[in-house]
Ligand binder design. Structure first.
Ligand SMILES: Cc1cc2nc3c(=O)[nH]c(=O)nc-3n(C[C@H](O)[C@H](O)[C@H](O)COP(=O)(O)OP(=O)(O)OC[C@H]3O[C@@H](n4cnc5c(N)ncnc54)[C@H](O)[C@@H]3O)c2cc1C
Length: 453
């Protein structure tokens, strides 16, 4: 049986699926959205996914493109840098950027998803089919197989976008059918979330305009602020070994926090209960090519390129995918064959680059940020940006604050800049010992062409 002829369909009404629904509807192609969950509500989300996320410039640019950033802005709390907490309770603030407005923004996943859904369905008349789950993909007809309380049916749409997340059924079905090459590479660290209550005066117990990090070498705790003045903290820890999710248990967890995060423990509502009741989350990277099957379906967002969360870019990259599709629809109308091909050609290298940078950033966040070398490199990179603003932008800033620079380009320029920083810093231990004027010639030689491109 067929689900009825639709011009476009989206499988998965999460962050990417709902933003894409708005963008397509604005172009006159209101899609239907197939979503396996129960109808979305404004109530607290079920535990198991991250509670809050960092939204950065790429995501904001895509929301702006959809004309809805104003409606999202009220959900955001700006975080202007990392607040590093050491073992002795000391704190050091390291800004993320130095130009005006260079901040990332904490946002509730469920509030953001609900707002996007409301805009898509109420303003643009997008039909969400809840409790409909894609369970397979029929390559003969080029259609997704949808299971719902009415039974199974083929999704009959001119084109479908699979935005069904990291565990995408569409990707797995196409992989099983040998139509695409897909792999899921698990990380050997997992995560668990905890709640920090607000202070006794009802205000935030920590500076809300920072992303708090307790880097401890092989593991780390981070905390992002929520609008209700609590924080959601996430412990990233190896799955095996000592310490690990395998060898810690509810009764030992308080002691573990006391030994490693002593200044965080008094802020926690109930560390034992959170440990016992919140699921352990698993992380990994999805590699997959091609991202499409003929002109029938394209994978987008996590379905095509899920990454580990240490650069805070998975959602931002997924939103950038949506903006790219919107630009291609503006250019090519409903020539889906062309749109799907160009989409993959423009995005795949960028997705690969952010996947690698996100993995690298885990070691930076949990370990390197503690050292004097990181501190000096960060300051030296800011100094170079100040002196040569059109030639040098720190890699972190390119990724987080410069949507006009693709991820692949940021990675390429970042590698060349790293080389330059190595040479410039040499044996120096302070900024004063660095001869920044030497950088002028080096910038000309090393990246005159790269920086200007
Ligand atoms: C711990 C953690 C922290 C993170 N922090 C950040 C961050 O700070 N910044 C950032 O940018 N990103 C972050 N991310 C990544 C971010 O969560 C994802 O990149 C983002 O959710 C991808 O959006 P998506 O729409 O592709 O997938 P999802 O948000 O996973 O949405 C998928 C949707 O599809 C539905 N679905 C799934 N399967 C089916 C099916 N078979 N049929 C129908 N519907 C289906 C789901 O119910 C869901 O609604 C983090 C991720 C984790 C795990």
């Amino acid at each position: 049986m067929s689900a009825g002829s639709e011009s476009a369909a989206i499988i998965g009404g999460g962050l990417a699926g709902s933003l894409l629904a708005i963008l397509l509807a604005r172009r006159g192609t209101a899609p239907i959205v197939i979503e396996r969950s129960r109808p979305f509500s404004n109530a607290a989300p079920p535990r198991g996914r991250s509670i809050n996320l960092a939204l950065a410039a790429r995501g904001i640019a895509a929301l702006d493109r959809a004309g809805i950033f104003d409606e999202i802005e009220g959900l955001l709390i700006p975080m202007r840098g990392r607040m590093l907490h050491d073992e002795r309770g000391g704190r050091r603030f390291v800004p993320y950027g130095q130009r005006r407005g260079e901040a990332i923004h904490s946002v509730s996943r469920s509030a953001l998803n609900y707002t996007l859904y409301e805009i898509a369905s109420r303003r643009y008349g997008v039909e969400y089919r809840f409790e409909h789950e894609c369970v397979d993909f029929d390559t003969a007809s080029g259609s997704a197989v949808i299971a719902s309380p009415r039974g199974r049916e083929l999704l009959d749409a001119a084109v479908a976008f699979a935005a069904d997340g990291a565990g995408s059924s569409v990707r797995r079905a196409l992989g099983r059918a040998g139509e695409i090459n897909a792999s899921e590479v698990p990380l050997d660290h997992g995560y668990k979330e905890f709640t920090f209550r607000s202070g006794s005066d009802g205000d935030f117990a920590l500076d809300p305009n920072a992303l708090h990090v307790w880097p401890r070498g092989d593991f780390m705790l981070i905390a992002l602020p929520n609008l209700d003045r609590t924080f959601t903290a996430t412990l990233f820890l190896p799955l095996e070994g000592d310490p690990s999710f395998a060898n810690l248990h509810s009764r030992a967890i308080e002691q573990f926090f006391a030994a490693n995060f002593a200044d965080a423990l008094p802020l926690m509502e109930d560390v034992e209960a959170d440990w016992a009741n919140h699921p352990t989350g698993y992380l990994g990277t999805v590699h997959c090519r091609p991202w499409r099957y003929r002109d029938r379906v394209a994978l987008i967002g996590d379905a095509a390129h899920a990454i580990v969360p240490f650069h805070g870019q998975g959602m931002n990259a997924a939103f950038e995918d949506c903006a790219e599709i919107d630009a291609l629809v503006a250019k090519h109308g409903s020539d889906w064959n062309l749109i799907l091909r160009e989409f993959e050609a423009r995005r795949a290298d960028n997705a690969g680059a952010i996947a690698e940078m996100a993995l690298e950033n885990y070691r930076v966040m949990r370990d390197h940020v503690r050292g004097d070398e990181f501190n000096l490199r960060t300051k030296a990179a800011f100094e170079l940006e100040r002196r040569f603003p059109d030639r040098f932008i720190p890699r972190y800033s390119m990724v987080m604050f410069h949507p006009e620079i693709g991820y692949a380009e940021a990675q390429r320029r970042g590698a060349a800049q790293d080389d330059l920083l190595d040479r410039l810093i040499g044996e120096a231990r302070t900024l004063d010992e660095i001869d920044f004027e030497r950088a002028r010639g080096m910038l000309d030689r090393f990246f005159g062409s790269a920086a200007r491109r």
